[in-house]
Design a protein around this ligand. Structure first.
Ligand code: NCD
Length: 305
């Protein structure tokens, strides 16, 4: 039985397979409308979500399956003190696959050890978010046609931004990747990611505070929200929240082929005026998330296609 806890649980070949399934779903949705008939997805969300939970649910419905679950810890027995292990053990009796989001790093991994059905990490604290990365990868693939030789700018809260951590891991496996990590000093990519992934694989990278300086070099710009809920105090958040605001003016020095991504939700880090720029891909990225989650569900449920 397979789980998806970390994006590295999938090989590059498996990621390519998921992309081909997603592209086929986009081209031939009817072919997939009943492949999960009679199957149930449980969405166990102990933290707020719009896109991730709803796209998982839409994905399962569009495959012919059904959905059950909860969208806040307060409406589950976690509020009574139940452990994640006990919750998933029981939910495995009711569902064929589980997508879990939890504020504690490692909770979905623990869940996968106790569950009798596949568990998907839908975001664990400030750690990882592998299915967002699947959405990011499909977006990059559709924009660029390949994952090779891309200079990727990661901008904003690189410390707590779990989507960034998973994207760094995924992109570190492709030839010619370069990272430019743009953040305030206090919100740099955690050291373990630099040493265990980026430096270990010999990927060229720069750390800078200047979005303007990085802009002309970028093929992909991945903007992120400052993760207020992970800060230890409000004063630090207030000081750092407006560190980067992407505006049409700042894009003047960017390549015409730049692709601008953001996992969403955005607060103010991308001005609404940028939405009309043909380089803005973030809403398309959210749409791609549903297709990749559909592809992932068929894979983990070992559905015959
Ligand atoms: C992200 C998350 O939850 O980490 N959202 C998402 O799933 N698309 C990014 C964020 O909350 O800033």
């Amino acid at each position: 039985m397979r789980n998806l806890i970390n994006i590295m649980d999938l090989t590059p070949i498996e990621i390519e397979e998921l992309i081909y399934i997603a592209l086929d779903i986009i081209a031939n949705p009817k072919k997939y409308a009943h492949v999960c008939d009679g199957k149930k997805l449980a969405t166990l969300f102990f933290e707020p979500s719009t896109r991730t939970r709803l796209s998982f649910e839409a994905a399962m419905y569009e495959l012919g399956g059904q959905v059950l679950g909860f969208s806040e810890a307060a409406s589950s027995s976690a509020a009574k003190g139940e452990s994640v292990s006990d919750t998933v053990r029981v939910v495995s009796y009711y569902a064929d696959i589980i997508a879990m989001r939890h504020p504690k790093e490692g909770a979905p991994l623990v869940a996968s050890m106790k569950a009798d059905v596949p568990v998907i990490n839908a975001g664990d604290g400030g750690h990882n978010h592998p299915t967002q990365t699947l959405a990011d990868l499909l977006t990059i693939y559709r924009e660029k046609g390949s994952f090779e030789n891309l200079t990727i700018g990661l901008c904003g809260d690189l410390q707590f931004g779990r989507t960034v951590h998973s994207l760094i891991a995924a992109m570190s496996r492709y030839h010619g990747t370069k990272f430019i990590m743009i953040s305030p000093e206090e919100l740099k990519v955690p050291r373990y990611i630099i040493s265990d992934i980026v430096e270990k694989k010999g990927i060229p990278y720069e750390e800078t505070t200047s979005l303007e300086g990085a802009m002309p070099k970028l093929d992909v710009l991945y903007m992120t929200r400052v993760q207020r809920e992970r800060f230890f105090n409000e004063a630090d958040y207030m000081r750092l929240k407006d560190s980067y605001i992407l505006t049409p003016d700042k894009l003047k020095t960017a390549k015409t082929s730049l692709s601008i991504l953001h996992p969403l939700p955005r607060v103010n880090e991308i001005a609404v005026a940028v939405d009309d720029d043909p380089r803005a891909c973030y809403f398309e990225q959210a749409r791609n998330g549903k297709y990749m989650r559909m592809a992932l569900i068929t894979k983990l449920l070992e559905v015959a296609l």
